[in-house]
Structures are given as C-alpha cells and as structure tokens.
Design a protein around this ligand. Sequence first.
Ligand SMILES: [Fe+2]
Length: 203
Amino acid sequence: MDLNLGRTNFGDPANTGKSLTREEAFNLFNDWVKNPRLQLHMLQIAHLMQCWAREKLNLPENEQWQWEMAGLLHDADWDQWPEQHCAKIIHWLEEKAIDPAIIRAIASHGPAHFGVEPVTEMDKMLYAFDELSGLTHAYALMRPGGYEGMDVKGVKKRLKEKGFAAGVNRDDIADACLRASLDIDELIAFIIPRQATISLPVA
Ligand SMILES: [Fe+2]
C-alpha cells in the first residue's frame, strides 16, 4: 500500500490560526472512527499533545487546542479508508480552511509512509508520541494493575522485546526521539501518568 502523499506543502498560510471547534472535531471523530481501540488511541495522543503544549511549552489555550486537535484527528481516516490514510483527512482539513500547521503535523506523523518530514515541534511530538503511546498501552493491557505502578524500566524492557506488540515500529520510535532531541526515558515518564487518565466514554 503506497501512502506517499507526493507533496510537502499543506493548507493555505492565509488560514493560520484557524481551527475546528471542539464540537466540529468530535463530530468528525465520531462519524469517521468506529473502532474503539483506534478511538482510544486517538484520544490518548490528543491528550498527550495537549499536555505537552501546556506543560512543556506554556502555550495559550487556543494553541493547546491546535496540538490536541492534530492528535485527535491524526488517524481519522485509518478506520474506514486505510488506503487513503492520511490523504483523506488532510484534504478534508484543507477544504475546511484549517491552519496549515495542524495539517502539516498530521501529514508528517509517519515520514517513512507519507514522505513528509516532521519539521516543527508539533510535527515532531505527534510522530514521537504515536508509536510509543501504543506500546505503553499494550503493556498496560497485559499488567494486572494496568497503568498502576508502571515504571519507565518496564516499558523499555517491552520495547527491547521485538515480539511484544510487534506492530509497534521500534525504528520509528528511535527516529522520532532523535529528530525531537528527546530522551526516551523522559518521554516514557511523560506518557505513563498522563495516558493513564484516558479512557473511552462509557456508551
Ligand atoms: Fe496513530
């Protein structure tokens, strides 16, 4: 499946600062994503992105929402249109005249697949959180206490076991940390307690 987007420019700079409302973003999320595992993953990444923007960068609320929105929608088309991932969501956001920074972050969350380099901090953090969050959650699912008492060492041990959560791309994790100049221990320590607070709304 070739997902290369074949371009590196997204959106219109004239739309800088424009986001969806929270309601619009969640309407799209609910319309397009039916798989609960994927829903949870997207909510986890949204939360991690918002926490990073707030806690590490002290960004104002409107910019925190941009980070959160990039996380919330980064896999929006994966459930129903995997062969159009992530061209479909990018096109939809361009049609809605959304800030190019958000569109670009989504377009660069898998450089090996989409052919778009993560450049901005938002790009890099989305890429860095994506796979590592998945591995951390897979580990929580196999622990009797879930996230309770989970430590960095345990996550790193699972990371080294190639057979554990084999779908998680270890090369992407290493590449993302390098690009963002992030220490993997710090990133894991950031993810564990924040991700532990996220669960799907009870239907
Ligand atoms: Fe993802």
